[in-house]
Design a protein around this ligand. Structure first.
Ligand SMILES: NC(=O)c1ccc[n+]([C@@H]2O[C@H](COP(=O)([O-])OP(=O)(O)OC[C@H]3O[C@@H](n4cnc5c(N)ncnc54)[C@H](O)[C@@H]3O)[C@@H](O)[C@H]2O)c1
Length: 322
């Protein structure tokens, strides 16, 4: 089993939701250097407030798509490992489908070219359950067909195919993790790219109604962000994961109605809900089969939804987001 201690690690999208938790974890585990490359499209300085205090943390406000930029950062910082976390959230597909797609493909392309020429040694690439599209069977294992329904998801699926095939043909040191729906502190709460949990809590707090799209019986597999970060770390540490695609989820699904009810109950909201038409191209059901993660990584989700949602909403309250 490898150790991240003493490694120089680069995190693309490290000022975002999951990436910032990953940076904190890498620093806690004594990585020699944690280099965050984020263009702050959705990243936030407050997400990395804790990390910037650390002497081993280095921040570049840059675009991870650009080969020259990434090459010079890797040379200067002598990078060993890259965690690719940068993306633009799914809802961006409805405003700018081309960029929503291309950002995923272009960053993967740059990272692969740099891995091929030996600019660093190991790539842990982050996919998304959205690459599968709606469940054709459930729970969904890694052999489930990919049938993306949005440009974001198509970009994730295309990047996965590129990364996976390169890892085989060129024998590169790559693992691909495929997280399901993450929730937890620091998920974006603002504007049209907000996560459903902070967006709903904010509406209730501001005197609005929880908003349900369609019949609310769409299901998702919610995983607490710190469980995902543990899974990402295990993907690096356990070399058995090289050349593999591995789901990271809770293994349980939950309907949007149940989720909104849980948030309403926790916030003491008993009023009506606002009903909107179903979102175009919405995935109907997602639920992870996490057998492979258990077998290859020894991964188990440790935070149940009841504790996770409480911690999340308390964090939003304490940080004046709601
Ligand atoms: N949040 C989820 O539920 C979820 C589920 C499955 C997979 N994922 C994947 O996990 C990863 C992290 O997601 P997240 O929820 O933290 O998203 P996020 O939007 O919070 O973070 C992404 C970060 O990438 C940055 N970024 C965007 N374009 C960039 C570029 N060209 N160069 C450098 N930085 C750039 C953004 O500024 C942001 O800080 C993504 O790959 C995402 O597809 C997330």
């Amino acid at each position: 089993m490898l150790s991240i201690a003493d490694k120089n690690v680069l995190v693309t999208g490290g000022a975002g939701f999951i990436g910032s938790h990953l940076c904190d974890e890498l620093l806690d585990r004594e990585a020699a250097k944690v280099v965050c490359v984020d263009n702050f499209f959705l990243g936030k300085q407050e997400n990395i407030e804790q990390a910037v205090q650390h002497e081993n943390f280095v921040l570049y406000r840059d675009d991870a798509r650009h080969f020259g930029v990434m090459q010079s950062i890797m040379e200067r910082e002598k990078i060993d490992v890259v965690f690719n976390m940068a993306t633009i959230a799914l809802n961006y597909s409805f405003f700018n489908p081309f960029d929503a797609y291309m950002v995923n493909v272009e960053i993967a392309n740059t990272l692969l070219e740099l891995l091929k020429v030996g600019a660093y040694k190991t790539l842990i690439h982050t996919s998304s359950s959205e690459a599968y599209g709606t469940a054709k069977y459930s729970p969904m294992n890694e052999n489930h067909p990919t049938d993306p329904t949005t440009p974001y998801a198509a970009g994730k699926a295309a990047a996965d195919m590129m990364v996976h095939s390169f890892s085989k043909v060129l024998d590169l040191d790559i693992s691909i993790v495929r997280p399901f729906n993450n929730y937890g502190p620091r998920q974006n709460a603002e504007g049209p790219l907000a996560g459903i949990i902070p967006a709903t809590a904010k509406r209730i707090k501001n005197g609005g109604k929880p908003m349900v799209q369609g019949d609310g019986e769409q299901t998702r597999d919610f995983i607490y962000v710190k469980d995902t970060v543990r899974g990402l770390m295990l993907a690096y540490e356990k070399e058995e994961s090289r050349g593999q695609i591995i789901n990271l989820g809770s293994g349980k699904d939950m309907s949007m109605n149940t989720l909104l009810q849980g948030i309403s109950d926790y916030m003491g909201y008993t009023g009506e809900w606002e009903h909107q038409p179903e979102r175009t191209s919405d995935v109907r059901n997602l639920c992870a089969d996490i057998k492979k993660a258990k077998e290859l990584l020894g991964f188990e989700p440790l935070v149940d939804f009841e504790s996770g949602i409480k911690e999340t909403l308390d964090w939003y309250k304490d940080n004046c987001v709601i």
